[in-house]
Design a protein around this ligand. Structure first.
Ligand SMILES: O=C(O)[C@H]1O[C@H](OP(=O)(O)OP(=O)(O)OC[C@H]2O[C@@H](n3ccc(=O)[nH]c3=O)[C@H](O)[C@@H]2O)[C@H](O)[C@@H](O)[C@H]1O
Length: 392
């Protein structure tokens, strides 16, 4: 019989008990902990169902699980207080996930598909912005649990947009797309105007669908939309299913790591982007998002529809990523090199970021060597390796 944890987290790629607690908070840390400027705004953050919750179990029983956890006069008061503007700036932001209670901000956990919860939140607070980072992420896991991608990345997105379009005022929506939409595109570096009609994975296809779906809400209802194509984001509090994270774990545990190799023995490469740079991009895009024009479901004029690459502009081969990890960890990896299986991976990614640079001064400053050093320092501390000999 599955445990309660499995009931709630069965779709989690790379679910590890020890990581769960930090998964629940990681979006906060990833997006806000390192960026004090976020507190210029009134924040209200909702922890909506994302990659680390079980969509299947929500379909079966999830609404019952969550329905008990919100509502009531006291809860509404907490939501309102939490959404108050803490400093000047005039924004009130609805984002995917948590903020520490110590900052006076309430965390509401719920399923993105819970329209009643979303409607209630918009009822209680007139959100000016939605930072929507909830998703079922991961390229390869889509082959194992395809419906979780549809549930979160498509159905959940539509639920959110439906609520947003009917709200008065309508919020500006900034949301997470993905570099994976470039799919089999071979033109480098990838620019926003390049082809995105050849997805290589279901994950990519659902993110591409999200771009089309948000476009219709912009067109019909006047919602201000900004889609951010993130390029392999890494760093402290990251996702345990991603390569840099699972490689680190295996290297430290003396277990082999599998490195995929592309056609003709060509190494795969990624435009790995450090979390702090991504946070700056998120903030820049919120700052410049522009207003929605409609209200109560009626469009009153054209609203911005924007898409930006948020990458690092310098792809690194996966074996080089492993070299860097070895140096920081001071442990040799046991490498198992295999030909890339047909699992949705693409051979390389490489961002052209000139559009984001022009629009809001986006400029990544962390190279992979530096970013992984910070990640490893966090990892060793978080998992208690600093108390063990030889890994200081
Ligand atoms: O930019 C994105 O839009 C996506 O970025 C990320 O996808 P990817 O770039 O695939 O990152 P990641 O899994 O870390 O694999 C990195 C490299 O290691 C290779 N890889 C992976 C696993 C393994 O065991 N071996 C291996 O060689 C693998 O073949 C790849 O070449 C996010 O997960 C995804 O949610 C999405 O946001």
């Amino acid at each position: 019989m599955p445990s309660l944890e499995d009931e709630l987290f069965p779709s989690t790629p790379g679910k590890f008990k020890v990581d769960r607690a930090h998964n629940m908070n990681r979006q906060f840390h990833r997006c806000f902990a390192s960026t004090s400027t976020m507190f210029l705004w009134a924040l209200f953050l909702i922890a909506l169902t994302a990659s680390y919750l079980s969509f299947q179990s929500f379909v079966d029983s999830g609404s019952r699980y969550f329905s008990a956890s919100w509502g009531g006069i006291q809860w509404e008061k907490q939501v309102r207080n939490s959404a108050q503007i803490h400093r000047s700036g005039g924004m009130s932001v609805l984002a995917r996930k948590s903020l520490l209670n110590s900052h006076g901000i309430l965390v509401v956990e719920g399923d993105l598909n819970d329209a009643k919860l979303l409607a209630k939140l918009f009822d209680v607070v007139a959100f000016t912005h939605v930072m929507h980072l909830a998703a079922q992420a991961g390229v390869r896991y889509a082959m194992e649990n395809p419906n979780s991608y549809v549930h979160s990345n498509i159905a959940g997105l539509v639920t959110l947009l439906e609520i947003g379009k009917s709200a008065n005022p309508q919020p500006a929506v900034v949301w997470a797309s993905s570099s994976s939409v470039y799919g089999l595109n071979e033109k480098v570096p990838f620019s926003e105007a390049d082809r995105t009609d050849q997805p290589a994975s279901l994950y990519a296809a659902t993110k591409k669908a999200g771009e089309e779906i948000t476009h219709t809400y912009n067109h019909i209802y006047g919602l201000s939309i900004t889609g951010l194509r993130f390029f392999t984001v890494y760093g402290p509090w990251g996702r345990p299913d991603m390569a840099y994270f699972s490689f680190t774990r295996n290297i430290l545990q003396g277990k082999p790591i599998t490195i995929y190799r592309g056609k003709n023995r060509v190494d795969l490469a990624r435009d790995f982007t450090y979390i702090d740079d991504i946070v700056k991009g998120c903030l820049g895009s919120l700052d410049t998002s522009g207003k929605s024009t409609g209200s109560g479901g009626k469009k009153k004029g054209n609203a911005p529809y924007r898409i930006f690459n948020l990458g690092n502009t310098s792809p690194v081969k996966v074996p080089e990523l492993v070299n860097i990890l070895e140096r920081h960890l001071k442990v040799k990896a046991k490498r198992n090199i295999v030909d890339m299986p047909g699992n949705g991976d693409v051979p390389f990614t490489h961002a052209n970021i000139s559009l984001a640079q022009r629009e809001f001064g986006y400029k990544p400053t962390t190279d992979l060597q530096t970013g992984l050093k910070k990640f490893v320092r966090w990892y060793l501390s978080y998992y208690g390796y600093n108390n063990r000999k030889g890994l200081q």
